[in-house]
Design a protein around this ligand. Structure first.
Ligand SMILES: [Ca+2]
Length: 533
């Protein structure tokens, strides 16, 4: 290299700190996202009752993350965070489930499409909700859909979308001189499940499950429900396996960044749609043969779903201003991709923020259950802003803010049984304004240390410190909850008009079928002793 050109090359590097000296050409991106799959339920994490050979391969030939979190454990807001690189409290109505997505927030898929990428998706992209541009035209939030191929599903509750065949169609359609970006949005293991399919079709046994989390009764119904969920996770993984084979056959695996994760935790009480640790803590593996250094690493850095959009746009060679997107709050993951070591790579990645607003209806005035929280290596601190409301939705409207299913019904039955009532209390009972959990000894978040008189005095300084850190960061991020404007989240309309105003209409005698709960889940209004906050 001649001195002049070396100087200009060096100057370019200085001007473009995002361009790593060894960064290969713009990679293709395969983003594989399961629907409601929890952390730990993969072979790579040591699980025996959920078989995930494709995920395990991605982890083995890339990086396995042990501390990846969505900021919001519900489909639409979690996907909004992925697509925008911003936290739920920074994207207005998109903090909510089933919202009208604000046209002002561009997605990374739209930005890549404007800058030379061929962008496609199959099945579930962003949603549920309504996303249109300022002219009212539908937006392709995650890319152009490829959904033509169908295949007989293994159970009546699994999609007939042949995801892998649709991905192959996408690859056929992709121009050879362009990088591409594909969103594989399976709808497994979202409910419903074919009851007993894990045993009958998956060849599993109830005794395969090593432990049932502390918040649900351990019985045959719950174990079957878990195995049916496992069988659906495996369907997602089988299609991923075919997609990897497809890439390999075409010689595309080398320069494709493969990201495999989920949008939120499993659709069981105390998990999906809540803010306990298992709801937000998610599986994540990343493979990129030409880019990721030292494959086979296990990384314990705290990473957030808001880190995906900055990663993808950086690898596409775009600065944030070039993308035309609202400024990212997330940080590109390339510091981890290009590191040489496993364990904790970047000391700055030592915590994540989480939180939620309205997830589903079923409370008076379509109000949500607002929470903010901070997760560190040892602790989960939660601040509940409206503790007089029901966290899972009102009993008399079927606790609608929790997907219906066998485990939910089993937990609800325990409300009338003094010996087992603690299950109902943990999953659906009223909560205090503050909660603090010791994640080292209580990963299920069964014991709120701030409600336990023996520990409350010693634990309060820690709670105060975490609340200060949480609130300081939220203020910097201009969270409306920090300036007394949090009520705006309840004012954004629920985009499914047939369900809007559910509570008042149902109580008023209107016949409404919410679809996703069982008839017996509707319970009488609470007795006064249940209203503790
Ligand atoms: Ca989901």
């Amino acid at each position: 290299m001649r001195p002049a050109s070396f100087a200009s090359f060096a100057a370019l590097l200085l001007l473009c700190p995002l361009l790593h000296a060894t960064t290969p050409a713009r990679p293709n991106i395969l983003f594989a996202i399961a629907d409601d799959w929890s952390y730990g339920h993969a072979g790579s994490y040591g699980c025996q009752w959920v078989k995930t050979p494709a995920f395990d391969r991605v982890a083995r030939e890339g990086i396995l993350f042990t501390h990846a979190y969505t900021p919001n454990a519900k489909c639409a807001p979690s996907r909004s965070c992925i697509l925008t690189g911003r936290n739920p409290w920074q994207i207005k109505a998109a903090a909510n489930h089933v919202c009208y997505f604000p046209p002002e927030f561009k997605t990374y898929a739209e930005a890549l499409g404007e800058h030379g990428y061929f962008v496609g998706m199959t099945m579930k992209g962003w949603g549920p909700g309504v996303a249109t541009n300022t002219l009212g035209q539908p937006r392709q939030m995650a890319g152009q859909p490829f959904n033509k191929r169908k295949a007989p599903p293994p159970t009546s509750d699994i999609s007939n979308n042949d995801y892998a065949a649709n991905f192959a169609d996408f690859l056929e359609a992709a121009p050879t001189n362009q990088p591409w970006c594909f969103w594989y949005g399976a709808i497994e293991p979202h409910r419903g499940y074919e009851y007993g399919s894990g045993v009958a079709k998956g060849g599993k046994k109830l005794s395969d499950i090593d432990r049932v989390p502390a918040c649900w009764p351990d019985n045959e119904v719950v174990r079957n429900d878990l195995l049916d969920y496992a069988f659906e996770v495996e369907h997602f993984d089988r299609h991923l396996d075919r997609m990897l084979a497809s890439l390999e056959q075409r010689g595309l695996l080398e320069n494709t960044l493969v990201v495999v994760t989920s949008d939120n935790g499993m659709p069981f009480p105390h998990n999906k749609g809540q803010a306990y640790h298992d709801a937000n803590h998610l599986p994540l593996a990343v493979m990129w043969k030409r880019g990721v250094h030292r494959p086979g690493r296990v990384v314990s850095d705290f990473v957030s779903f808001i880190d995906f959009a900055p990663t993808f746009t950086e690898l596409a060679g775009l600065s944030c201003s070039q993308t035309g997107m609202a400024a990212f709050t997330g940080r590109s993951l390339t510091d981890i991709f290009f590191a040489e070591n496993g364990g904790h790579v970047n000391p700055a990645r030592d915590h994540v923020l989480i939180g939620k607003e309205r997830t589903d209806v079923g409370r008076p005035q379509d109000s949500g259950y607002p929470i903010r929280g901070i997760v560190t290596a040892d602790t989960l601190y939660l601040r509940n802003f409206e503790p007089s409301r029901w966290p899972g939705g009102n009993p008399e409207t079927g606790y609608l803010d929790c997907d219906g299913g066998p485990t939910k019904t089993e937990v609800l039955k325990t409300r009338a049984d003094p010996q087992q009532r603690h299950y109902w209390e943990a999953c659906f009972g009223p909560r205090p304004a503050e909660e603090l959990y010791d994640l080292r000894h209580d990963a299920d978040c069964a014991t709120n240390l701030l409600a336990w008189t023996n520990s409350v005095r010693s634990i309060q300084p820690l709670a105060a410190r975490l609340q200060r850190q949480l609130f300081d960061e939220l203020k910097t991020q201009q969270d409306p909850r920090m300036s007394g404007q949090g009520g705006q989240f309840d004012q954004y309309p629920y985009a499914d008009k047939s369900m809007r105003g559910f509570y008042e209409r149902y109580i008023g005698g209107e016949k409404l079928n919410p679809g996703w709960v069982n008839e017996t889940d509707f319970q009488k209004v609470p007795v006064p002793s249940e209203i503790k906050p």
